[in-house]
Write a protein that binds this ligand. Sequence first.
Ligand code: ACM
Length: 261
Amino acid sequence: MEIGFVQFSPRFGEKEKNIKKVMELIGEDRADLIVLPELFTTGYLFLDKVETGKYAESVSNSHTIDVFRNLSKEKNAVIVGGFAEKDGEKIYNSQFVIYEEKVAIYRKAHLFYKEKFLFDKSNSKYVIFDTGGAKLGLMICFDWMFPEMMRTLALHGADIICHSANLVMPYCQKAMITRALENRVYIITANRTGMDKRGEYEVRFTGKSQIVSPDGNIILSADETDEIFKKIDIDEALARDKRINEMNDLFSDRRTDLYKL
Ligand code: ACM
């Protein structure tokens, strides 16, 4: 199957412009699975929770989800991306996955730094989305730093981890090589570029979106500033073979009897 990511620099608060930019970058192209960054319609640097709430959308009445449902149908593609979600009084840093009439939502489990003031604590457990051809595991940005997260997704059968990101620290791209190796999964990290500057606050994002294969190779990448859609053909079945050699299997060799808490 063909899998890809969009990397760009969203403009804070300009949803329509950001959606248009994604459409332009994909253009006439397509892939079976396209992953977009975290909070790609709104930008990242909300000043307070009231402001986050102004931009948040409820799943049942979401312009963003409607637009990407149409794109999913038009391209016959699974689309994954991050958005600010409203559910009653609660605001979440969420990720949608859309395919045909199906929509699933994951709410970021590990909030980074001041996100703790801007979003509510997630009540999502792991989310696996079965496309019929591959099982997708959902993950947002800072979740990468908690190895339990990807292990849980992999143990529940995820072949491809869809990682929507707004990375600010320089470590994730390298760490994902290890995450892929230790779980034998594909990992698509769709990161953003550029910066958000709001009042006295400023955050810069690291770009370098990438796809890592189950044997730990970076098989596709963007540079720090690219605004681009990139894709590659993969064999998703590779992620289902957890054997390292004829004597070792990554999952059945786990000694949960020894390291259970
Ligand atoms: C992050 O989790 N967006 C750094």
